[in-house]
Design a protein around this ligand. Structure first.
Ligand SMILES: [Zn+2]
Ligand SMILES: [Zn+2]
Length: 154
């Protein structure tokens, strides 16, 4: 169970971002997980949204949104269809979610899906908040054995 209220780094207008209380995510759907944020990298796109209110054709609207999309997290709760994760697992979070149905998605090119969404791309909130919900299949469990074997550290 979440142990503290949610807070988020919310951007309301260019150069107007601050840490503030934020709505707690509800229960994860069947294929989703509730995550507790452990660390978030600051990307160039976060800086562009913060300073300029836009990145290319993506423009900050009237709705505030949460920055941050390069995320390490801990699983708090799993939807009923989620079998590869359990509470307490540490994960790397792929910030995009694709439709799963189009030709790109069905041919292992889901990064090209025309309906793709991404954390911290308006209107999708990012992960510079204590808690967030994400599609479980885009959360990759940290594995210290494979990390040591493949990269030489754990
Ligand atoms: Zn990035
Ligand atoms: Zn697709």
């Amino acid at each position: 169970m979440p142990s503290k209220p949610n807070q988020a780094f919310v951007l309301r207008a260019p150069n107007q971002a601050k840490l503030e209380p934020y709505e707690m995510p509800g229960d994860p759907g069947p294929d989703e997980v509730l995550c507790r944020t452990l660390a978030v990298g600051i990307c160039g796109s976060d800086i562009h949204y913060w300073r300029d209110g836009k990145v290319g054709t993506f423009i900050l609207g009237n709705e505030p949104f949460v920055l941050g999309h390069e995320t390490a997290a801990e699983i708090v709760r799993c939807g009923k269809n989620v079998l590869h994760l359990k509470p307490g697992d540490r994960v790397a979070v792929e910030p995009t979610v694709s439709c799963g149905d189009c030709d790109y998605c069905l041919n292992d090119q889901y990064n090209l899906c025309p309906q793709i969404t991404c954390h911290a791309t308006p209107p999708i909130d990012g992960t510079l908040q204590h808690y967030f919900i994400h599609t479980a299949k885009y959360c990759f469990k940290y594995d210290s054995f494979n990390c040591k074997k493949n990269f030489g550290f754990n």
